[in-house]
Design a protein around this ligand. Structure first.
Ligand SMILES: Cc1ncc(COP(=O)(O)O)c(C=O)c1O
Length: 390
C-alpha cells in the first residue's frame, strides 16, 4: 500500500450515520434560545419556567403525534438506552408478584436490550432470545410458540442498527394482542424512516431517540400506552408524570421535536436511491455479499461482507481517505467481540471480520457515493492482492 494512501485526507465523507448523525442547523437554531433567554425550569411557576413548560409540552405533542400516540403517553428520557432499560426493568418489577416473569426478545437486539435482559435474568426473569433467518427476520411461528402464560412482554427491534432489517411490527403486534402480552419495539434506527403507528401496530411501548435523526445526543423518549403499570427507574421530584424524575432537558427535547418535524418523505427516497446505488456498486466487486435483506431494509443501511479481507483494514484505509465507516458491533465497536447480529444471521467468524457497515444520511450526495465506490474498489483490490487467502 502506498504511503500517500494513508495521508490522503482531501475529503470528509461521513458514512456512520447509524452510530450518530450531525445535528441539523435548523435543529441547532431551534435549541439555542432554550440555553439562553428561555432557560427556565419547566417545573417553575413563573413566566420563564412556564415558557419552558410550553416548549416541553409542544415537543411532546409533536413526538406523540408522529407515532399516533397521545401527548401524555410520551416520557422523555436521557437516551434510547435509558428508555429500553426503563421498559424492561420497570415492567418486570411492576409485575414481580403476579408470576409474569418471562420476556421474549431476539438475538439481534441492541446491547442495551440484551444486557438489560441478562441483568434481569439475575433478578428472576426468564428470557427467550428468538432466532432470526439469514436476512435477520424473526419467525412468527417461533414467536407464537414461545409465548407462555408467564410471558410479560415481547421486545423486538424495529430496524436493525447493523444490518438494516425492518421487522413486521403489524404482524408481531397482532400476535401479542391475541395472546394478551405487552409489545415493545426499539425504534431508534427506524424512527422517521419507516412508519410507526402505535395503534395499527398494537404497540404498548416504543423507544425513540434524537441523535440518529439529526437531533441532539442525550435525549430519548419512551411511549407507554396509557393504563400500563410501570415502575420508574429514577425517583425524585415526580417529573414526566411521575415516571422519570429529573429536570427536563428542554433544549434537547425542543431539538428532538424539531428533528422530527423536519423529517421528510423525500429524504427517505433520496437515501433509498443512494443506498441502492452503493449496494449495487459494491456487489460488483467480486466475492462480496450483502449482510441483511434487499427489501424491507432501512433506507440508510449498507452492510457488506468482503470475504477474506479484514473489515478493520478496509475501515482504516477508508478513514485515511476521509471516509468514516464502521465494523463489528457498530455503535459499540469498542467491543472486540464479533458482531452478535452477523453471528445470528449465520455469518462465519471470517465473514464477520470482513464485514463493513456504511450508513448514509439525508446529507449524503451522489458524488460522495461515486467517490466511495472508486476508493473502495482500489482498497479491496490492494488488500486482496496482499491477502494470503484467495
Ligand atoms: C437500535 C438502537 N437502540 C438503542 C440505541 C441506544 O441509543 P442511545 O445512544 O440514545 O442510548 C441505539 C444507538 O446506539 C440503537 O441503534
Amino acid at each position: 500500500m502506498e504511503v500517500n494512501m494513508l495521508f490522503n485526507k482531501q475529503k470528509s465523507i461521513y458514512l456512520d450515520n447509524a452510530a450518530t448523525t450531525s445535528v441539523d442547523k435548523e435543529v441547532v437554531e431551534a435549541m439555542i434560545p432554550y440555553f439562553s433567554e428561555k432557560y427556565g425550569n419547566a417545573s417553575s411557576q413563573h413566566l420563564i419556567g412556564q415558557e419552558a413548560k410550553r416548549a416541553l409540552e409542544e415537543s411532546r405533542e409533536i413526538i406523540a403525534k408522529s407515532i399516533g400516540a397521545k401527548r401524555d403517553e410520551i416520557i422523555f428520557t436521557g437516551s434510547g438506552t435509558e428508555a429500553n432499560n426503563f421498559v424492561l426493568k420497570g415492567l418486570f418489577f411492576a409485575n414481580k408478584d403476579n408470576k409474569k416473569n418471562h420476556i421474549i426478545t431476539t438475538k439481534i437486539e441492541h446491547d442495551c436490550i440484551l444486557n438489560a435482559c441478562k441483568w434481569l435474568e439475575t433478578q428472576g426473569a426468564k428470557v427467550t432470545y428468538l432466532n432470526v433467518n439469514n436476512e435477520g427476520f424473526i419467525d412468527l411461528n417461533e414467536l407464537k410458540k414461545s409465548i407462555t402464560p408467564e410471558t410479560l412482554i415481547v421486545s423486538v427491534i424495529h430496524g436493525n442498527n447493523e444490518i438494516g432489517t425492518i421487522q413486521d411490527l403489524k404482524e408481531i403486534g397482532k400476535i401479542c394482542k391475541e395472546r394478551g402480552v405487552h409489545f415493545h419495539t426499539d425504534a431508534c434506527q427506524s424512527y422517521t424512516k419507516t412508519d410507526i403507528d402505535v395503534n395499527k401496530q398494537n404497540l404498548d411501548f416504543v423507544t425513540l431517540n434524537a441523535h440518529k435523526i439529526h437531533g441532539p445526543k442525550g435525549v430519548g423518549a419512551l411511549f407507554i400506552r396509557k393504563g400500563i403499570k410501570i415502575i420508574p427507574l429514577l425517583h425524585g421530584g415526580g417529573h414526566e408524570f411521575g415516571l422519570r424524575s429529573s429536570t427536563e432537558n428542554v433544549p434537547g427535547i425542543v431539538g428532538f421535536a424539531k428533528s422530527v418535524r423536519i423529517a421528510k418523505e423525500s429524504n427517505i427516497k433520496h437515501m433509498e436511491k443512494l443506498r441502492d446505488k452503493l449496494i449495487e456498486g459494491i456487489l460488483k466487486i467480486p466475492n462480496t455479499q450483502l449482510n441483511g435483506p434487499r427489501d424491507k431494509r432501512l433506507c440508510n443501511n449498507i452492510n457488506v461482507c468482503f470475504n477474506n479481507i479484514e473489515g478493520e483494514a478496509i475501515g482504516g484505509f477508508l478513514d485515511s481517505y476521509g471516509i468514516s465507516s464502521s465494523t463489528g458491533s457498530a455503535c459499540s465497536s469498542h467491543s472486540l467481540e464479533p458482531s452478535h447480529v452477523l453471528k445470528a444471521i449465520g455469518r462465519t467468524h471470517v465473514q464477520i471480520n470482513s464485514s463493513v457497515r456504511l450508513s448514509i444520511s439525508k446529507f449524503t450526495t451522489d458524488e460522495e457515493i461515486d467517490y466511495v465506490l472508486e476508493i473502495l474498489n482500489k482498497i479491496v483490490d490492494k488488500l486482496r492482492k496482499m491477502s494470503p487467502i484467495k
